[in-house]
Design a protein around this ligand. Sequence first.
Ligand SMILES: [Zn+2]
Length: 213
Amino acid sequence: MRGEDQHAAGKDRGAPGKECGDVRPAPAASSRTAGAKARAGIIAPRFVFTVTMSDAAPAEHEADLYWMRRALDLAAQAAAAGEVPVGAVVVRDGVELGQGCNGPIAACDATAHAEIVAIRDACATADNYRLPGATLYCTLEPCAMCAGAIGHARIARVVYGADDFRAGAVHSIFAVLDEPRLNHRVTHTGGILAEESAALLRTFFRARRAPQE
Ligand SMILES: [Zn+2]
C-alpha cells in the first residue's frame, strides 16, 4: 500500500528505542487500539510489532524481506556493541548504497541513529546529497529526526519493522512522511519482520536490566 501504513493486527511492547524499557505482549487488539491505549497510559509499551498483510507485489515483498533481514543483521551488530539494536540499509535498484547501525553512545553523537548513519553512507556512495528512487529499510519506525532526514534525502520509500509508540514519526506520534505541507512524499510500509525486530529489542533490554555479576 503506497503512501500509508499497512498494519493489520498488533501487539504491544514496551521499551524505549534509543533509551528503553520493555517489550511486552499485549492482549489481542488492533494496532490502533493498542496504540490508543499506549498513548493514554493504560499500558506502557514503547515498541509495538504489527503483523502486516503487505499488498506489495510478490517480488517486491520478497525484496522487502531480504533487505529487512540485512537490516536485522545490522541491528544485531548494534546490540553486540552495546547500543540499542536498530539497523538500517539504503537500497536502490537492488543495490545496497549504505548501511547503518544505531550507535549514538560510542560515537558520542545523539544523531547517530541507524537511519542517519545509513543515509550518510548512501550519500557518500552515490556522491550525491539526495537519493531519489532509493528505499530505506529500518528495523524500527523512524523518529522525527530520521523522518526529516529521509525527506531531505528525497528517499522514495521507507520500509520498517516494529512500531515505536513513544517516538515513531511515520504514524505512531507524528506522520512526517505524509505531511501535506512538506513538498516531498515518501511511501512507507510498516510491520515487515516486526517480530524479529522486537525480539532483538526485548532481548537487549532484558539483558541490560538483569543483575550484573
Ligand atoms: Zn531516529
